[in-house]
Design a protein around this ligand. Structure first.
Ligand code: F6P
Length: 429
């Protein structure tokens, strides 16, 4: 029997609704985490559907004049060096503006931009193209933060490859001192800026207007790099999984109950003794039941509920294919943007996960997220910086814990398949 249901397919390109071409220009001394912040912002905005790209002037320098330049190359008194650096910055800026002209939405200009003169220059150039500029400064004089940054990122950078770490650290500190001697912090009341002081101890917003820049504030307030695992897992096998039915609010199957025990064991083994583990579930029974051996009171999030399959809820994929061929064809053609009639698309799921992601970024203790296939694909895409359009094909099997540990520039991934092994009838690819 073929049911008549009109397919609902969003026509817009992701992000188009809110397209507001913007330049974000980083500001800060070396080793203040500018590149880290820039990349995190890029990952977040790209995931939300705003094509974003970072233009890192350090990479231009390494490519065009070679990685290892002594500290004095960066000295304000080295006129030739200053000119080379200025020209490199302008090349990166031009490339960024060209990319924005071709359809990019947010360009992140990642350089020290440490003087007022340079920042006026950047603004002027962007203004000619009709583009607003928001400066993002990382201002920090905490020696512990700077030292950690030098150790974790700078000494591993191509600038210091094959160099004795102590000599490299000395050289880098001299480079910082050169920039310090000419550094001017953001304080122009007419400029738009977000100033992050001491890694979020204080955040100043000046002339921040509009949807997109305002959306960055919650993310920037809580950025940190405390290493902690994020464990993503689907609920244990449910009665629907056994029969390949989608959606619904079924209970766990006996194999699913078994998985809940193994998961509890996994958490006990892998959490450090003194660490409290945050356990997050959806509001659906199968995730809450999966958590019961760990905690009786998980934090339940509606945002973690499975993609709403609308009129297809409770059906098998075969039923959808035969009874609603239009739905099947339209979803197969564009699984990311296809919105189930009276239900959701992956694109919708990402939007509703936004507050959860901000909260996940704040967490400093291990976090176990027990949720569902489409939702976990979307969270995984954010954490692993995968293009959102790839979400629907990310593999998130049943009875598997995906451990993601945030590092300076990404996440380390490990997967643990836990017993019992089950066939996943509903692992739509
Ligand atoms: O089959 C399990 C399930 O979680 C369904 O409830 C859900 O509709 C589906 O996976 C999402 O996966 P896909 O987007 O591949 O259909």
């Amino acid at each position: 029997m073929e049911r008549a249901v009109s397919g609902v397919r969003s026509k817009r390109v992701p992000g188009e609704r809110d397209k507001a071409t913007t330049v974000l220009s980083m500001v800060g001394l070396p080793a203040r985490g500018k590149t880290y912040i820039g990349r995190r912002v890029a990952r977040y905005l790209s995931w939300l559907g705003h094509p974003t790209r970072v233009f890192n002037v350090g990479s231009y320098r390494r490519r065009q004049i070679g990685a290892s330049q002594p500290a004095d190359f960066f000295a304000p008194t080295n006129k030739e060096g200053r000119q080379v650096l200025h020209d490199l910055a302008m090349t990166a800026l031009d490339d960024m503006l060209a990319w924005l002209r071709e359809g990019g939405e947010v360009g992140i200009f990642d350089a020290t931009n440490s003087t007022k003169e340079r920042r006026r220059f950047v603004e002027e150039r962007c203004r000619k193209e009709g583009l607003p500029v928001v400066f993002i400064e990382s201002f920090c004089n905490d020696p512990a933060v700077i030292e950690a940054n030098v150790r974790d990122t700078k000494l591993k950078s191509p600038d210091y490859v094959d160099m004795d770490p102590d000599a490299a650290a000395q050289d880098f500190l001299r480079r910082i001192a050169h920039y310090e001697s000419m550094y001017e912090t953001l304080d122009d009341p007419n400029q738009s800026y977000i100033k992050i002081i001491d890694v979020g101890r204080q955040v100043i917003l000046n002339r921040i207007h509009g949807y997109l820049p305002a959306r960055l504030a919650p993310l920037l307030i809580d950025l940190h790099v405390s290493p902690r695992p994020i464990w993503l897992t689907r609920h244990g096998q449910s009665a629907y999984n056994q029969h390949g039915r989608i959606g619904g609010d079924p209970e766990l199957s006996p194999a699913g109950e078994e998985y809940a025990k193994h998961l509890a064991e996994f958490v006990r083994k892998n959490a450090k003794r003194d660490q409290e583990v945050a356990v997050w579930t959806s509001t659906l029974r199968r995730t809450i039941q999966t958590a019961t051996k760990i905690t009786r009171s998980p934090r339940t999030w509606r945002a973690l509920d499975e993609i709403d399959a609308g009129v297809c809820d409770g059906m098998t994929y075969d039923q959808v294919r035969i009874e609603m061929p239009d739905v099947w064809a339209a979803r197969s053609a564009d699984k990311f943007r296809y919105r189930y009639p009276r239900g959701e698309s992956y694109e919708d799921v990402i939007q509703r996960l936004d507050p959860l992601i901000i909260q996940l970024e704040r967490q400093r203790s291990p976090t176990l997220v027990i949720a569902h296939q489409a939702v976990l694909r979307s969270i995984y895409a954010y954490l692993m910086d995968r293009p959102p359009g790839e979400c629907p094909s990310i593999s998130v099997p049943l009875h598997t814990v995906i451990q993601l540990t945030p590092t300076a520039y990404g996440c380390e991934e490990k997967r643990f398949a836990l017993p019992p092994h089950v066939e996943d009838q509903g692992a739509g690819g």
